[in-house]
Ligand binder design. Structure first.
Ligand code: ATP
Length: 317
């Protein structure tokens, strides 16, 4: 079932135990080099399985996609985008790492960094809601990761708690770049932090998830990097309220609420976060805070986004 066809060439570093000398070998790695374990999750067009490297014992999450299904459902484009986006983002803080890709007759395999602490939705559900300190800790990682991907010229377009995984240190790892938009090399975020505009962004098909979709996509079928900022506003609200700001019994009613910006803060919602959410859940994208302005908001006053501490600090209790 896991028969190998495609194999990735990797450079393996070996230290001679007697001389201590480091030598580099080019080796081919394939699916046979991994032992498959429990199923970690199920996506709409993939399943994700835990895999352990036979030589090092290192754990990975392998996303398995059926070629036949991808072709039948016309999803090949999504997989290509996901691979390209993850390759461009490799090594970026807050983004899940893609180590290798393989294929065999039936499937495509993405060998991803394993995030053992589940997703952010499960964390919010487990605790009901997060206090101000925890909300600040996770919100600062999420916005910093979004900043990085926009700077690289990628719009995620489906940021939601299920797509935010928690790594071994309980830190944020954005995943699921299947619906991302990769912008042409040149015009990305400029030095002044202006949004990266997607000139070909008019799209008839709905991209994203109802509860986190931006009003401009619903009203004008228009989207650019500011849709990720809208989604960030929804997630920040959800961290505190325990539920997304726009939620109804079906997608149509949810869309109505989004278009009317119809949401209500829960009792005891901290004033400082309320102020930030109000400036993010703004209908007109031009009036929405930019990432630079978000980072300068008083809620993040104690956070230093420049010295790496957002990623180095341990999570709060
Ligand atoms: P969607 O239906 O949201 O488009 P998808 O097919 O793109 O899903 P993912 O969202 O990437 O698939 O993964 C599905 C599930 O598998 C996730 O919700 C998560 O529970 C689990 N999962 C994915 N990647 C990892 C990982 N790197 N480490 C641990 N679990 C993971």
């Amino acid at each position: 079932e896991w028969a190998e066809r495609g194999a990735a060439k990797i450079i393996k570093e070996v230290v001679d135990p007697t001389t201590g000398e480091l030598t580099k070998h080019v080796v081919k790695m394939g699916i046979k080099d991994f032992k498959f374990g429990e199923q970690l999750g199920d996506g709409s067009y993939s399943s994700v399985v835990l895999a352990t490297a036979r030589d090092s014992g290192k754990k990975y999450a392998v996303k398995v996609l059926s070629k036949e299904y991808l072709i039948r459902q016309k999803k090949v484009k999504y997989v290509t985008v996901e691979k390209l986006a993850l390759q461009k983002l490799n090594g970026t803080k807050g983004i899940i790492r893609l180590f290798f890709t393989f294929q065999d007759e039936a499937s495509l395999y993405f060998l991803l960094e394993y995030a053992p602490h589940g997703d952010f939705l499960a964390l919010i559900k487990k605790h009901g809601s997060l206090n101000e300190q925890c909300a600040r800790y996770y919100a600062s990682q999420i916005i910093d990761a979004v900043d990085s991907l926009h700077t690289i010229g990628i719009i995620h377009r489906d940021i939601k708690p299920e797509n935010i995984l928690l790594d071994k240190d309980m830190k944020v790892k954005l995943t699921d770049f299947g619906t991302a938009k990769i912008l042409p090399e040149e015009p990305s975020d400029d030095a002044d932090g202006n949004p990266c505009f997607d000139l070909n962004a008019r799209s008839k098909s709905f991209v994203g998830t109802a509860e986190y979709v931006s009003p401009e996509l619903l009203n004008d079928s228009y989207t650019d990097s500011r849709c990720d900022i809208w989604a960030f506003g929804c997630i920040l609200f959800q961290m505190v309220a325990g539920k997304p700001p726009f939620k109804a019994s079906n997608e149509y009613l949810t869309f109505q609420k989004v278009m009317k910006i119809q949401y209500a803060f829960t009792a005891g919602f901290p004033q400082i976060i309320k102020d930030l959410v109000k400036k993010l859940l703004v209908k007109e994208p031009n009036d929405r805070l930019t990432i630079e302005q978000i980072k300068a908001h008083i809620f993040f006053q104690s956070v230093n986004f420049d010295d790496g501490s957002v990623w180095d600090d341990d999570p709060p209790e």
